[in-house]
Design a protein around this ligand. Structure first.
Ligand code: ADP
Ligand code: MG
Length: 899
């Protein structure tokens, strides 16, 4: 029993395999395929779907995905199973495909076969056609299947034609397979090897007219029969066609007509099918459109194409009907010679229609593919969109959470702010109250202030009145002060006069003695200075006569010892400098033998520091200082000349061309007091100017000194400082000049020892020095004739010697014992000058002794002190008065100061 069962099973499986191989030739399954072989071919579901589509086109979507895509594989199987369920065929489980027996699968497929293939007949067109002719017929392979009757075959044939029409748009003509297997017979039947249709025997024609033969004849053959008959008719010219041929023609044309009508029917069916598909597609498109707008364009494209196809289908149908009509008309005019041409046209059209059909098939398959692609893209797009949506959703949820947090935070903050604002509000209210009370207080204060300001106004008016009275009183007082200030200048002038008188009393000719210290390297030398007493007393000791006998006492206005500094020396010259700015002429000499310190006293040592500056620098500096102090009342201008007198010739030491030019001396007193007007006069305003100027002078003297050996000691150097002061108040001008003379060495030259230039020099020096002594002596003696003209020196100095002029002579001494005799001679010269003057002073007072003179001096000093006090007071008043111009209205002139 089991044996029989398995036998039946294997038979059924063979039938199935054969069927499968026939509908899917690529499958090539062996007839006795094992479970595994079946599984290998069916497991991916694609073959199952293909089978289903073969028996029922468009049932399922065939997914041609890679085999490893298990998901899609199972999808295919599921689709197949769903379709099977719809058809009510016993199904199998997915697991049956994967393992175990394939019986359930085989049963299911057999059920499918049974539903779509009439029992005992293969659906395969080959089988359908081959069965009657039994061309490939192998009854054993078909087993229990019984051969079909003609009616059944026809029915099956028509059914198969319908099926073909459903899945192929080809014209309902015997398929290629039919032609291949059976066509040769019809060819034999319809092929006219030679001869004419008219000559065909009746048996042949009757055979041709058998419906079976006509049914199975290809349209081409039928058309060739029609053409052949028509050709013959044309050739025969008489147009007669034998009756039987005409019958055949009618039969053939009827067959063609039937085919065309079938074709039309097919086309209609197809059109309906397309419509249904179009609707399906449109619904799908709508779904797709709804799912993704992205696929919209493609769907439109598809719709357009479908529309086009629809239009073309309609056109085809109309063409077909036209052709049909044409054919009908052709039939009614069979004898018409034009039928042939029309036939040809029809054939062409039919061919064209067939081609178009092919084309449309292709288009439909392309559209299908496009739809597949669109679907895939859409799915992919959906997948992406979904992924995006999930991503966005997650992001949004995070954002929502954040926002919720923020909301909670801001709510908290709002609450806090509310609390704060409430407290602030309360504070503001408190503040408002405070401000209100403050404002009230301020208003009250304002009222008080108004009252107070009114009273203050009154007070101010009163004060103004009292101030104006006071101002009037002050004006009166100031007037008195202004008067007093006006007296200031008068007092100043008087002071100057008194100062001058005091100087006069001290003597207009003064003699100071300065003893040079021993130079470094002269230590241990014997000195001739015995004693330097106070009040200008000097005791000289004769080194060759020790003891009192050898001592000789001299008296001068002042004696400066070797330790006296330049500053100390200048202190005693200071009053003379003041006299110069007061408009007096002053002459300061340095007299003594060479090397006794004349140049040191007058100028200072070479490269002197400020401490070592001589009288020249200090006098000029003092002049600047005084002029600075007086600048508010008198404007001073200071100019300097520098000349030397050598061999009774005057030379300019400040000219840029050296001192070679001889200068003339004016005898008539110039208003500006210039004795040597041609000598260069350089203005000086500062100490640096003075230093520059002295350097020029010394350089010019040095240039000469190289030419004439040690000329500096054998010429007189005269620095003249001219001071011109303009009184800013009165407009008067005063002149004063200061001569600073560094005389030539006073040493006596033994006439028997020297000759030539040296002798001439010595003579000139002796002459000029003795002339100077004579002039001073004459002045002191107040003799009417003063011998100024005896030497150039006295001529140059004339304006500064005598009259109101003051003369100061430094007697320079070399303390060395070896210079004793020269020192003594110097001292005697000085004694003559000073002693005579003092004596003269005494003689001019006629009998009055010195004590009286001293008393007078003391009283004068008192007067000066009083005047100084008064000046100070006035100065104070002046400072107080400040900007009152009336006080500066000085009325008294100082012209009396002029020399
Ligand atoms: P003179 O001009 O009379 O020929 P100097 O002025 O050239 O003499 O002086 C001779 C030297 O003695 C110089 O080297 C000078 O510096 C020095 N000398 C003169 N007097 C003093 C003094 N009071 N203190 C220091 N050195 C002096
Ligand atoms: Mg000198």
């Amino acid at each position: 029993m089991a044996n029989r069962n398995s036998e039946t099973e294997s038979k059924q499986r063979a039938v199935l395999v054969e069927w499968l191989n026939s509908i899917l030739p690529n499958l090539s399954l062996p007839i006795k395929a094992s479970d595994e072989e079946l599984r290998a071919n069916l497991v991916d579901g694609t073959v199952l779907c293909k089978i289903l589509n073969r028996v029922r086109p468009g049932s399922v979507n065939e997914e041609g995905y890679p085999k490893n895509s298990s998901v899609l594989r199972s999808e295919n199987v599921k689709r197949f199973l769903t379709a099977v369920d719809e058809l009510g065929i016993p199904r199998f489980e997915v697991s049956d495909l994967e393992k175990g027996s394939m019986k359930a699968v085989v049963d299911c497929l057999l059920g499918l076969k049974a539903q779509f293939v009439p029992s005992g007949c293969n659906l395969s067109t080959t089988s359908i056609i081959t069965k009657p002719g039994n061309i490939h017929g192998d009854a054993s392979s078909h087993g229990p299947l019984t051969p079909l009757s003609r009616e059944k075959r026809l029915k099956a044939s028509s059914e198969s034609k319908l099926q073909q029409a459903l899945h192929t748009p080809l014209m309902s003509e015997p398929s290629a397979a039919v032609l291949h297997h059976v066509g040769h017979k019809f060819h034999e039947v319809f092929q006219l090897k030679q001869g004419r249709y008219a000559d065909l025997p009746a048996t042949k024609i009757s055979e041709m007219m058998k419906s079976n033969s006509l049914d199975n004849a290809p349209t081409q053959s039928l058309l060739s029969v029609v053409n052949g008959i028509l050709d013959e008719s044309v050739e025969r010219k008489n147009g007669e066609i034998p009756h039987r041929v005409a019958c055949l023609l009618r039969k053939v044309v009827q067959e063609i007509e039937r085919r065309i009508s079938t074709q039309a029917e097919h086309l209609r069916t197809q059109n309906n099918l397309f419509k249904a598909r179009e609707e399906k597609y449109q619904s799908r498109i709508r779904v797709l459109e709804a799912l993704a707008s992205g696929a919209g364009e493609e769907t439109k494209h598809v719709t357009n194409q479908l529309q086009q196809i629809k239009v073309r289908r309609k056109q085809n149908i109309s063409c077909c009907s036209t052709v049909l009509n044409c054919l009908c008309s052709i039939l009614s005019q069979t004898e018409n010679s034009k039928v042939q041409e029309k036939r040809k046209v029809e054939e062409q059209e039919i061919k064209q229609l067939m081609k178009e059909n092919d084309k449309h098939n292709l288009e439909i398959s392309a559209l299908k593919q496009e739809l597949e692609i669109a679907k895939k893209m859409h799915e992919q797009h959906c997948f992406e969109v979904e992924a995006g949506v999930t991503g966005a959703k997650a992001g949004l949820q995070i954002r929502i959470k954040e926002l919720e947090c923020l909301l909670a935070d801001s709510n908290n903050k709002v609450k806090e702010l509310e609390v704060i604002s409430e407290s602030k509000c309360q504070r503001w209210n408190v503040k408002e109250n405070i401000y209100q009370s403050f404002m009230d207080f301020q208003f009250g204060a304002m009222k008080e202030l108004r009252v107070t300001s009114h009273s203050i106004k009154q007070e101010i008016l009163k004060t103004q009145k009292s101030y104006s009275e006071e101002f009037n009183y002050l004006e009166v007082k100031l007037k008195a002060l202004a008067d007093a200030a006006a007296n200031y200048h008068a007092v100043l002038a008087e002071n100057r006069k008194l100062f001058n008188e005091l100087q006069d009393l001290k003597g207009n000719i003064r003699v100071y003695c300065r003893i040079r210290p021993f130079l470094p390297g002269q230590t241990g030398k014997q000195t001739i200075i015995e004693n330097i007493g106070e009040n200008g007393q000097l005791v000289i000791a004769n080194p060759s006569k020790p003891g009192k006998d050898g001592q000789r006492s001299f008296k001068f206005n002042k004696v400066f010892g070797p330790a006296a500094t330049q500053g100390e020396v200048f202190q005693d010259i200071q009053p003379f400098v003041q006299s110069v700015v007061d408009g007096y002429n002053v002459c300061i000499f340095a007299y003594g033998q060479t090397g006794s310190g004349k140049t040191y006293t007058m100028t200072g040592p070479n490269g002197a520091t400020e401490e070592e500056w001589g009288v020249n620098y200090r006098a000029l500096n003092s002049l600047f200082k005084i002029s600075q102090n007086r600048r508010s009342t008198i404007l001073y201008e200071v100019g300097v000349q520098m000349v030397e007198i050598y061999n009774e010739q005057v030379r300019d030491l400040l000219s840029s061309g050296g001192s070679q030019k001889k200068l003339g001396i004016t005898t008539i007193s110039q208003p500006n007091g210039l004795a040597v007007p041609d000598a260069t006069m350089l203005p000086v305003t500062s100490t640096s100017d003075v230093l520059d100027l002295m350097n020029i002078g010394l350089k010019n003297r040095a240039v000469s000194a190289t030419a004439l050996n040690e000329r500096s000691s054998r010429s007189h150097s005269i620095v003249t400082i001219h001071v011109c002061g303009k009184d800013l108040k009165v407009g008067t001008t005063l002149y004063g000049n200061l001569h600073l003379v560094d005389l030539a060495g006073s040493e006596r030259v033994d006439r028997s020892e020297v000759t030539g230039d040296r002798l001439k020099e010595a003579q000139h020096i002796n002459k000029s020095l003795s002339s100077l002594g004579d002039v001073i002596f004459a002045l002191a003696q107040k003799t009417p004739h003063v011998p100024y003209r005896n030497s150039k020196l006295t001529q140059v100095l004339q304006s500064s010697l005598g009259g109101q002029a003051k003369t100061l002579m430094f007697v320079q001494l070399n303390p060395d014992a070896t210079s004793y005799s020269e020192s003594m001679s110097t001292l005697k010269f000085a004694e003559r000058v000073s002693g005579v003057e003092l004596g003269a002073a005494r003689s001019s007072k006629e009998g009055k002794d010195v004590r009286e003179l001293m008393e007078q001096m003391a009283s004068l000093k008192d007067t000066i002190a009083k005047k100084d006090e008064e000046i100070e007071r006035l100065q104070l008043l002046k400072d107080l008065k400040g900007g009152y111009p009336s006080i500066n209205g000085e009325q008294h002139g100082t012209s009396s100061l002029r020399n």
